[in-house]
Design a protein around this ligand. Structure first.
Ligand SMILES: C[S@@+](CC[C@H](N)C(=O)[O-])C[C@H]1O[C@@H](n2cnc3c(N)ncnc32)[C@H](O)[C@@H]1O
Ligand SMILES: [Zn+2]
Length: 296
């Protein structure tokens, strides 16, 4: 089977386009890459740091937590913001399991996607990602049949290095709780394309930050995001999404286990802290979903 979005991909060594024969991708410059058994394409550029990706435990926790629907308002906002008139694919650096990317693709039957990540555990799931059901409220039904395989290429690549994506090939780039390399995003985005950035707000998960000593959102983050993006992009709109969800201890454990704090506290330490919580905790979810356009 031909890898979805193949025409949008580029050789990580020389930047030329890729062809596919059986399970091998190759460029005219003689570089070749065999698809992994689990379906993802290993396109790490020379000098990449492939050790930054989420662990198997983090990815399993992420899959379980996200599939519970607890972040669906964020999912809908990201998918809706990704609508673009430009030709091209949807690209997500730091795509994780492809949860948000598949939702963006569900809105348009003609779009294909490229999910980039350094976690093989995440990419294995991303390569098998299906189109989500029940994506939008009311009449905003997903236009692709729920449950079918999402048309996306899962790609092993370092978001801080040159992305294995051709210049201007992306109609939309998603950036959701993930590394943000503004220069590379600007290079791969079509001039009429849209960049969708989800950033946590200060009060995101605040009850858990206090109770479990989690890493908190840096108050300087909005300014830093604006500084990073401001030279290449113009802000088009920003929507604030805030709500409260009641989570049982198991859900809290997954939520904490999928995030950066899982790397800072040991599993046993987190288990003990979560066990000491009340049976149900009301947790604030709070994020900004912003649309940016390339500067002309
Ligand atoms: C907090 S998770 C978010 C995943 C996904 N966007 C979501 O919200 O479900 C961050 C993701 O970035 C990936 N990641 C971390 N460093 C990376 C890098 N340098 N290049 C590509 N992906 C990276 C991790 O493996 C992880 O899947
Ligand atoms: Zn090449």
């Amino acid at each position: 089977m031909t890898l979805p979005a193949l025409a949008a991909l580029a050789c990580p060594n020389c930047g030329q386009g890729l062809d596919q024969a059986d399970r091998r991708l190759s460029c005219p410059g003689g570089h070749s890459f065999d698809l992994a058994k689990q379906g993802y394409a290993p396109l790490l550029a020379p000098g990449s740091n492939a050790t930054t990706g989420d662990t198997a435990d983090q990815v399993a926790a992420r899959e379980d937590f996200l599939s519970s629907g607890a972040y669906d308002p964020l999912l809908r906002a990201v998918a809706a913001a990704s609508a673009a008139d430009a030709p091209g694919v949807v690209v997500e650096p730091g795509c994780g399991t492809g949860h948000y990317l598949a939702a963006a693709l569900a809105l348009d039957p003609a779009r294909e996607g490229v999910g980039l990540d350094t976690s093989k555990y995440a990419l294995r799931r991303c390569a098998k990602r299906t189109v989500p059901a029940d994506l939008l409220p009311g009449d905003g039904e997903p236009r692709r049949a729920a449950g079918t395989q999402a048309r996306l290429a899962a790609v092993l690549a370092d978001a801080w290095n040159r992305l294995p994506v051709r210049d201007g090939a992306a109609a939309a780039v998603l950036n959701v709780f993930a590394p943000r390399n503004a220069d590379e995003i600007a290079r791969v985005l079509h001039p009429e394309g849209v960049l969708v950035v989800l950033t946590p707000r200060r009060d995101h998960l605040r009850e858990l930050v206090d109770a479990l000593d989690l890493l908190s959102v840096d108050p300087a983050k909005p300014q830093r995001t604006a500084d990073q993006l401001g030279s290449a992009f113009e802000a088009e709109r920003a929507d604030e999404i805030s709500y409260s969800i009641g989570l049982g201890r198991e859900a809290v454990r997954r939520l904490v286990g999928m995030g950066p704090s899982a790397r800072h506290h040991g599993a046993a330490e987190l288990d003990a802290a979560v066990a000491a919580l009340p049976e149900r905790v009301d947790v604030t979810v709070s994020a900004t979903v912003a649309r940016w356009r390339p500067k002309g």
